[in-house]
Write a protein that binds this ligand. Sequence first.
Ligand code: PMV
Length: 327
Amino acid sequence: MGVIASAPAKIILFGEHFVVYGEPAIVLAIDKRAYAKADLRLDKRIFLRSLNMNVAGYFEDENFKVEEGNPKEAKMKLEPLKCAVEKVLEISSEKVGLNIEVNSTVPVAAGLGSSAAVAAAVVAAVGALLNVKLSKEDVFRMAYDAEKIMHGTPSGIDPAISTFGGAMLFQIDTGFKPLDVKTDIPIVIGNTGVERSTRSQVAKVRSLRDRYPQIVDPMMRAAREIVLRAIEALKDGDLKTTGELMDINHALLYGLGVSDESLEWLINAARKAGALGAKLTGAGGGGCMIALANKDSIRNVLEAVQRAGGNAFLAKKTNEGVRIEPV
Ligand code: PMV
């Protein structure tokens, strides 16, 4: 019998880009999850299928054989899953074949941490199937190691929040700290559908900072202050202040040049429909925006973002990190 595990996606609520220069950021796990099912096979192959990406194939020794989708694309999409599986196999003494099936409700490549959620779910599912005792810390390490193989030097925010859930403060020097947030954070997430590259957005900010240090450095200090105030607002469940701080944070990100027309369009629509605050989330230059709203206006905000052309959905904070699902 197989094992199913799941892990949540994330949004960056405050502090993206500034976090690269040592400032704090606040990340939230959201109630959109990636699911991974692990089963034993009779042979020694690692067979992988992604239901939402419509690719499947297996790795045997170092070779990849496609079973569904374009071979190159399938290999690229399935390799991160293989890395996650291998991390668990490395510490298990068993040399087994596995069927891994992934199904994610998280939009892919939109800055919502879909790949880390999938990696954490795969690690947990394979660990449970093979009776390898894994603490959350272990799952985090392995999902992070798998991400490093694929993405170079990510900050580790995504695998951490997917594993532990809830809300977290992250800073490069001090790492992760769970944040005490009493309320749900009702959010509308709007995907512009515009593809962007985190790497090029980060490079853009670096170049701006190199050219205008006296202007950009005070923006960094302002971003830090926003996060410090936001910690208090979240602790008190003060959504109005949280929303205002999101607007100010977005203004700073706009100043750094990482917003774009598609994001501005959705953000304006959300604000006009009564959002308490709205901003881009993640790297910017496309990808997703988020809007905070109270119960009375959240439907309006959702519909406004949809009418403006965004692929929009509702989300809220979840405290549930990686977990084994009942089968
Ligand atoms: O859009 P994402 O989830 O890749 O977020 C990028 C966040 C940045 O602060 C822009 C970069 C980083 O490594 O922290």
